[in-house]
Design a protein around this ligand. Structure first.
Ligand SMILES: Nc1ncnc2c1ncn2[C@@H]1O[C@H](COP(=O)(O)OP(=O)(O)O)[C@@H](O)[C@H]1O
Ligand SMILES: [Mg+2]
Length: 637
């Protein structure tokens, strides 16, 4: 390895946060890292062999140079010998170049391979996490873990491992050869090392503070820019007319970033200069002391030259190894942080003896179901949450003793105040969460013993705000059913009453929708989501306030699409509109996580209880709205 590279690596490790060394690693981390390396053991052994080869060449070349000098000084041997040795040195240089390429090839293969393995494992694992995990986790923290720590872990195999191996071997070989040439000079050169390493440590810790501060300043500068440059922020600045103050505050931070940039450049240069200076001083020492020894005859001129050349290979490894503990620990901590994510148990997993939900039974049944949302420790990592709130006295029961049955083809409506537990009930059917007591059965099978695939195929869900991926309409639809043909796609779009719109788009089915694509209105999005469910053709449909966020015009269109979606299917509908509720086969009134009333619209009105209240308050608006009647044109009443 060449000199600038080793000193760069040395500088990086002086800059590293020494606090990682204090971190406790769980037992078995090393074993697991070895486990990760196992597929690469062939590549790794080639890699290490090459590193050793390169170190050997690094020691042999100065010795050969010394040999030439001795021949010149003593005028011994023939000119042919000298040319032969010089050619051999040249040959070694070519071999070393080839080794350097091959080393990079192996280290890149191993490093990228490890990144690939860890990334795909973490991604696959995170996808298995329950919804509860995502409700608690900061996406940014998770993404950064996927990126930064995985890359940090990769460095363990490439730069850290190869650095340690090549430095140790280089140091041992160089030191041994130098000692045999002249122990006095070697010891004296070593005395100079603390002269460099001790100040370097101080510079390193200062550099690390500076780097951290500049990261923070940059982040806050970016945050200011994103906030002020979006429409809402820009509007606020304009309306309150304080652009001057904003600009000053921004310049203040930018100025600090500038100053830190200068400081950091100087510290960095100081590091290199000090290293170069110590090496130069030592070289002077070798020539001075060595020359003197050569005069007295205890050293040959060639040895002096060889010693001077070897010296340059002594300091790089020494400084790098001075901080090896920090390097190794940093790599291990990265691994540990990746393992932490991989070790999160997926709470919802398929039973080993799971059976498919029968295709011919579309009933849904809740039997004495009680449920509480899992607590943070169960589903997430504190380090991935922005603030880990202390749980107040453990999980709170959200559902109590909920029992009902929906016969195949029936429509059951859930009504109740916000926070009553309606969405929670709906979420238990596709097993987004597991019940804490009782059982949920789909097609007569407890969802915990059904295969996840068959359960997913049996149930279609439309919620308040359907999500579309930033992708073409076609891709969004095919997500529900990858093998669907063109005809099926269009018939789903027809059923969802959105075919005309899609046809009118210049790119039709290939129009890209989502954040950065064609902006669909809320109603159009919902209808596309319904088309997705129609394409999937599940036996059971769950609607969770699917029209709640829409204006009455879109609502009428979506309602029409929903009627198609519900036709002939078992349906669990959380409704905020009276017309849907009224046509339900049965209405369940949810309050405080319990089903407090159950019956048809007429029965419940006659009962004069909770439903009658709700009917008066919550649905009073809907009653008067003409758009309520499915398909009716909104009038201007
Ligand atoms: N992911 C969650 N984690 C913890 N508690 C939740 C979560 N979602 C809902 N809750 C709580 O469960 C209760 C029922 O909520 P929900 O089923 O969404 O009510 P509804 O749909 O009837 O408005 C509420 O008290 C709510 O705070
Ligand atoms: Mg809800």
């Amino acid at each position: 390895m060449s000199q600038p590279m080793t000193s760069m690596a040395a500088m990086r490790s002086f800059r590293r946060d020494p606090s990682v060394v204090g971190r406790k690693l769980p037992p078995g981390t090393v074993r697991r890292i070895i486990e990760i390396a196992r597929p690469y053991r062939r590549d790794l052994s080639f890699f290490l062999a090459l590193v050793v080869g390169s170190s050997l060449i690094g020691v042999i070349t100065p010795l050969l140079a010394g040999n030439i000098v001795n021949r010149i000084a003593g005028l011994e041997g023939t000119t042919g010998d000298i040319v032969r040795i010089a050619l051999f040195i040249a040959g070694l240089a070519v071999v070393d170049a080839a080794i350097s390429l091959a080393t990079r090839w192996y280290s890149a293969r191993i490093g990228e391979g490890v990144i690939y393995d860890l990334r795909s494992r973490v991604f696959a694992h995170v996808q298995q996490m329950p919804v509860a995990f995502f409700t608690r986790t900061q996406t940014g923290a998770l993404v950064s873990r996927l990126n930064n720590d995985v890359v940090g872990a990769q460095q363990a195999f490439t730069s850290t491992l190869s650095g340690v191996v090549s430095n140790v071997i280089g140091l041992v070989l160089t030191g041994a050869v130098m000692l045999t040439l002249s122990w006095q000079i070697t010891l004296l050169s070593l005395v100079l090392v603390p002269l460099f390493v001790l100040p370097a440590r101080r510079i390193g810790s200062r550099l690390q503070e500076i780097t951290r501060e500049s990261y923070e300043l940059n982040a806050s500068m970016n945050a200011t820019m994103t906030e002020r440059f979006n429409v809402a922020g820009a509007l606020l600045v304009k309306l309150f007319g304080r652009p001057g103050v904003e600009a000053d505050a921004f310049s203040g931070r930018a100025a600090r970033v500038r100053d830190i940039g200068v400081l950091s450049a100087m510290y960095g240069r100081f590091f290199f200069t000090a290293l170069t200076l110590v090496a130069a001083l030592a070289t002077a020492l070798v020539y001075g002391l060595g020359g003197w020894l050569a005069f007295t005859g205890s050293l040959s001129p060639g040895d002096v030259v060889a010693l001077a050349l070897l010296l340059s290979r002594l300091y790089g490894p020494l400084t790098a190894l001075a901080n090896v503990r920090v390097d190794v620990m940093s790599a291990m901590v990265s691994f540990d942080r990746v393992f932490e994510v991989l070790d999160l148990p997926p709470m919802i997993r398929q039973a080993d003896d799971a059976v498919a939900v029968p295709a011919d039974d579309r009933s849904v049944e809740f039997e004495n179901v009680s449920f509480s949302y899992p607590s943070a420790e169960d589903v997430s990592l504190p380090s991935l949450e922005e603030v880990s709130l202390p749980e107040h006295g453990g999980p709170i029961d959200v559902l109590h003793d909920v029992s009902f049955r929906i016969e195949p083809g029936q429509l059951v409506a859930l009504v109740g105040h916000s926070g009553a537990g309606k969405s929670t009930i709906a979420n238990l059917v596709p097993r987004l969460y597991d019940v804490t007591g009782g059982a949920v059965r789909v097609g007569g099978i407890d969802v915990r013993s059904a295969t996840l695939d068959s359960l997913r195929d049996a149930i279609g869900v439309v919620s308040q705000d359907a999500h579309l991926f930033h992708d073409s309409i076609r891709a969004n639809l095919l997500y529900a059913r990858p093998e669907a043909d063109e005809e099926q796609l269009w018939s789903a779009l027809e059923g969802a009453r959105i075919a005309a719109l899609v046809r009118s788009l210049p790119q039709g089915l290939d129009t890209v929708v989502g954040d950065r694509g064609y902006r669909m209105s809320g109603g159009e999005k919902q209808r596309l989501a319904i088309a997705r469910v129609l394409l999937k053709a599940p036996g059971i449909v769950i609607l969770d306030e699917a029209t709640a966020h829409l204006d009455s015009e879109s609502e009428a269109a979506v309602q029409e699409a929903l009627d198609t979606a519900l036709d002939g299917r078992t349906a669990l509908v959380i409704a905020h509109r009276l017309s849907t509720v009224r046509s339900a086969d049965r209405i369940l009134v949810v309050d405080g996580g319990r089903i407090v009333e159950s019956g048809t619209h007429a029965e419940l009105l006659a009962l004069g209880g909770r439903y009658a209240d709700l009917h008066r308050t919550q649905f009073a608006d809907g009653e008067r709205r003409p758009a309520d009647a499915a398909g009716a044109l909104p009038s201007l009443l």
